[in-house]
Write a new protein. Sequence first.
Lengths: 117, 117
Amino acid sequence: AQSVAQPEDQVNVAEGNPLTVKCTYSVSGNPYLFWYVQYPNRGLQFLLKYITGDNLVKGSYGFEAEFNKSQTSFHLKKPSALVSDSALYFCAVSPRYSGAGSYQLTFGKGTKLSVIP
Amino acid sequence: DARVTQTPRHKVTEMGQEVTMRCQPILGHNTVFWYRQTMMQGLELLAYFRNRAPLDDSGMPKDRFSAEMPDATLATLKIQPSEPRDSAVYFCASGPKLGLAGTDTQYFGPGTRLTVL
């Protein structure tokens, strides 16, 4: 069974500083990896995904994530945090299936990011 | 700006009552997902449809939950009878099938906050 771990329930960072939100995964074979963000009382919004190719993936709002196969990690990063980045961040993993059929996207528990002015 | 819509946004009901939640996926999307979000369990996949056919509902308690897509513009999630432990935020998400299974970006609705007394 696949799983995602977000080891930090909360991350606090000062505005303007770099931020990192950690994610590790467990899945059979090679994964598809995703980051979503949830603002208060809203649904999740897609940030970025890793499918194949370059290990560094760039996404929305200046976020990027690096796929590290040896460490089974997909940490989310941003060079300079904004107060408006404060939200709940979810990492998700899906295994690669060949052919048609169902699949399951498994989400982590989420990490609350607070950017302090 | 195409969005997934969900109704109602909030629902308070008493134990034993039937609850129906509705979702209108983004026009042209052919995959629909139902998720449940709680503080304790995080985000759980309940059911998944492709081209209106249910592909995976293994995450859904079968005795009281049912999910259907009567047409391409409407997905429903019913709970009968409802119980206090069903209190959660229920999200619908839709996605376009553009590539391999598991690579689709999901677009989330705003959610239905259900409280069962």
